[in-house]
Design a protein around this ligand. Structure first.
Ligand SMILES: Nc1nc2c(ncn2[C@@H]2O[C@H](COP(=O)(O)OP(=O)(O)OP(=O)(O)O)[C@@H](O)[C@H]2O)c(=O)[nH]1
Ligand SMILES: [Mg+2]
Length: 260
C-alpha cells in the first residue's frame, strides 16, 4: 500500500512517562499529522494513564489502551501490533515514549513504504548515533548487535531498537507465537521472525538521545538475562527453525519478495 491513503498507527508503550507524554504526542502529531497514535499504558504509578486519557479526550486521532499492571515492553509491543492488525492499519510505527526516539525522524521512517517491510531507525548506519551513552553501554550494544548478526543472520546494523516502521500485512504473515524473550532481546527476536517471514529490512539513521524526563529502567540483571536469551535464540534458529515458521509459509514468494 503506497501513497497518502495508507493508514498509519504510531504505538507508544508507556510506563511512568507522564512528563514526556504530552509534549511527545504533540510533536508526533505535528511530524505525522495523518497518523493515529495509540498509547498503551501499564497503570503507571505516576499517572501517565490519566494524561493519556486527557490527550485522547481532546484529539480523535489519539487512542489509549490500559493494562492493569506492568507487563514489560515486549508484551506491550505485541499488544500494539495486534491492535494495528485488528484495526486494519497499513503501517505501524513503534517508538519509545521518552524522547529518545525523536519524532523528527518519522517522515524518514514512513518514506520507506515503497521499498521495505520493516524500516529501522538505526543508530549504527552513517548519520546515526547515540548521545551521552557511557562507553560500557555503547560496547554492550555493539557487541550484542554483532552476536545477533552472526547467530541469526540478520542483515542489519541495529537490531535492538524499538524505533521501527512495520508493514502490517507483513506482521500478519509473521509468527509472533512462542517468543522466548521477555526483556530487551524481544526486539531482535521479533525482527528475526519478520525476516523469516520474508521481510525486506531497511535502516534509516537516527540519533538516540537520553530520555528527556523520568528515571531509567535499564538494569544489569535485565541486560544479562537478554544476552542469555539471545544465545538460546541462536540455538533455536539453528536446530529448531520449525518453531519460528511464518504463519502461512510460501518459500517461493518469500524469496521473490526479497529479490524484488
Ligand atoms: N506499557 C509499558 N511500557 C513500558 C514498560 N517498560 C518500559 N516501557 C516503555 O518502553 C519504552 C522504553 O523503555 P525505557 O524505560 O525508556 O527503556 P530504555 O530506553 O532501555 O532505558 P532508559 O531510557 O534509560 O530508561 C518507554 O516508552 C517506556 O515507558 C512496561 O512494562 N509497560
Ligand atoms: Mg528510554
Amino acid at each position: 500500500m503506497n501513497g497518502s491513503h495508507a493508514r498509519v498507527l504510531i504505538g507508544l508503550a508507556t510506563y511512568n512517562e507522564r512528563d514526556n507524554l504530552t509534549p511527545l504526542v504533540q510533536a508526533i502529531r505535528a511530524a505525522a499529522p495523518e497518523a493515529d497514535v495509540l498509547i498503551l499504558d501499564d497503570n503507571s504509578p505516576d499517572g501517565t494513564g490519566a494524561a493519556a486519557d486527557a490527550l485522547a479526550a481532546q484529539d480523535a486521532k489519539v487512542q489509549v489502551v490500559h493494562r492493569p499492571g506492568k507487563q514489560g515492553l515486549g508484551t506491550a509491543v505485541l499488544t500494539i501490533m495486534r491492535h494495528a492488525m485488528d484495526r486494519n492499519y497499513d503501517w505501524l510505527v513503534t517508538m519509545d515514549a521518552d524522547f529518545s526516539h525523536h519524532p523528527r525522524y518519522l517522515p524518514n521512517l514512513l518514506q520507506a513504504k515503497d521499498f521495505v517491510d520493516v524500516m529501522i531507525g538505526s543508530r549504527y548506519v552513517a548519520g546515526g548515533g547515540v548521545e551521552n551513552w557511557p562507553l560500557s553501554r555503547q560496547l554492550m550494544s555493539r557487541a550484542t548487535g554483532s552476536l545477533v548478526r552472526q547467530m541469526l543472520g540478520l542483515p542489519v546494523r541495529d537490531s535492538s531498537g524499538n524505533y521501527r516502521c512495520y508493514r502490517v500485512s507483513l506482521l500478519r504473515r509473521t509468527n509472533l507465537e512462542n517468543l522466548l524473550s521477555r526483556g530487551y532481546s524481544f526486539q531482535q527476536e521479533v525482527l528475526h521472525r519478520c525476516y523469516v517471514a520474508g521481510a525486506r529490512l531497511g535502516e534509516t539513521p537516527i540519533v538516540f538521545a537520553d530520555r528527556k524526563a523520568g528515571k531509567s529502567k535499564a538494569n544489569v540483571k535485565e541486560i544479562v538475562g537478554s544476552v542469555s536469551t539471545l544465545l538460546r535464540l541462536g540455538w533455536r534458529a539453528r536446530f529448531h527453525p520449525e518453531t519460528m515458521k511464518p504463519r502461512c509459509e510460501d518459500a517461493s514468494s518469500t524469496e521473490a519478495r526479497r529479490a524484488a
